[in-house]
Design a protein around this ligand. Structure first.
Ligand SMILES: NC(=O)C1=CN([C@@H]2O[C@H](COP(=O)(O)OP(=O)(O)OC[C@H]3O[C@@H](n4cnc5c(N)ncnc54)[C@H](O)[C@@H]3O)[C@@H](O)[C@H]2O)C=CC1
Ligand SMILES: O=C([O-])CC(=O)C(=O)O
Length: 340
């Protein structure tokens, strides 16, 4: 035991699925460094991938050792679901097939949704009941829906999916338009599905320029851009990265996973919200039970949907469209996982 151990908390167990893939390769170091769960929070990593990837995963484990980071109390590579999910406190579901150029994320549904059925059952059986779950693998909202469906003993509020990358993209677009840094922009919202029907909404967002906080609509002074090009750029950003890189976003996805989990662990700033896919409680007339991205505030680990934001005909139409797609995906996914 090193002398610094005295100040540390008990280790938490974190499973990362798809641990031999490209997102995990960017993600693991950030988690091990204390950047997400805190500098006083040791971690034991459970690294799950499929059997043919075990040699690659051994290489990742060697690299984790070689980083020589003091918060890492163990790294367990495995292709076995019990070993992966046993007693975990945090579950990051990254493992799934990524889309290629020309595909929509929902085209991955039949290939990926079955993974989430078997992993949901394993999560239900082996994980701690207070496990915090983040689904990244696409189609992220619907995979999260299936995971939760097959893990009925885990509280519904513990299931989330990643729309923080879209949220960060929206901040980035506004910041670059106004020539400020992204941290000057706050309270953007991603509503709905992590797909090209998502609604990136800056009607309540503000930007701080020379110390003065101003509504984004006032600062940009171009409603046409905000309602058209801005929305479609954010909706299609994942496809644009694939077209350029021939691989889907990984560095920015890993960063967004860290932002999502850090905020869940430590809370959001006062009067500030983030976007997360969560199981809907019916807020904003969204079907109860759908995994829908909302504006979320977090205090003491509890996620709450920001209520009473104004809707107009334009925003309602966009929200209804993304909801409709999620209902269709959910029905297809249920058929694919339980054909009876
Ligand atoms: N929600 C979001 O914002 C984003 C989601 N994604 C999605 O994340 C997923 C992973 O992306 P990448 O890391 O780039 O893909 P990748 O192909 O580099 O890595 C995926 C890894 O998952 C593993 N895997 C496949 N089936 C598995 C199973 N049943 N159990 C455990 N591991 C399994 C693969 O062997 C591979 O190592 C993709 O579905 C991608 O579309 C990517 C970027 C952003
Ligand atoms: O676009 C993709 O397929 C990967 C992804 O989810 C994203 O970059 O947002």
């Amino acid at each position: 035991m090193s002398s610094s151990d005295k100040k540390l908390k008990d280790p938490i167990r974190i499973v990362i699925t798809g641990a031999a893939g490209q997102i995990a390769y960017s993600l693991i170091h950030q988690i091990c460094s204390g950047d997400v769960f805190g500098q006083d929070q040791p971690v034991i990593l459970h690294l799950l991938d499929i059997t043919p990837m075990m040699t690659v995963l051994q290489g990742v484990v060697m690299e984790i050792e070689d980083t020589s980071l003091p918060l890492v109390k163990g790294a367990i590579p495995t292709d076995d679901l019990e070993t992966a999910f046993k007693n975990v406190d945090v579950a990051l579901f990254v493992g799934a097939m990524p889309r290629k150029e020309g595909m929509e994320r929902k085209d991955l549904l039949s290939a990926n949704v079955k993974i989430f059925k078997s992993q949901g059952t394993a999560l239900d059986t082996y994980a701690n009941k207070n496990v915090k779950v983040l689904v990244v693998g696409n189609p992220a909202n619907t995979n999260c829906y299936i995971l939760a469906h097959y893990a009925p003993s885990i509280p519904r509020e513990n299931f989330t999916c990643l729309t923080r990358l879209d949220h960060n993209r929206a901040k980035g677009q506004i910041a670059s338009r106004l020539k400020v840094t992204p941290d000057a922009v706050k309270n953007v919202i991603i509503w709905g599905n992590h797909s090209s029907t998502q609604f990136p909404d800056v009607r309540s967002a503000t930007v701080t320029i020379h110390g003065k906080e101003t509504p984004v609509y006032e600062a940009v002074k171009d409603d046409n851009w905000l309602k058209n090009d801005f929305v479609s750029t954010v909706q299609k950003r994942g496809a644009a990265v694939i077209a350029a890189r021939k691989l889907s976003s990984a560095m920015s996805a890993a960063k967004a996973i860290c932002d999502h989990m850090r905020d869940w662990w430590h809370g959001t700033n006062e009067n500030e919200w983030v976007s997360m896919g969560i199981i809907s409680d019916g807020s904003y007339d969204i079907e109860k039970g759908l995994v829908f991205s909302y504006p979320i505030e977090i205090k003491n680990g509890k996620l709450s949907i920001v209520q009473d934001l104004k809707m107009d005909d334009w925003s309602r139409e966009l929200i209804d469209k993304t909801q409709k797609e999620l209902v269709e995906e959910k029905n297809d996914a249920l058929k694919a996982t339980d054909p009876e």
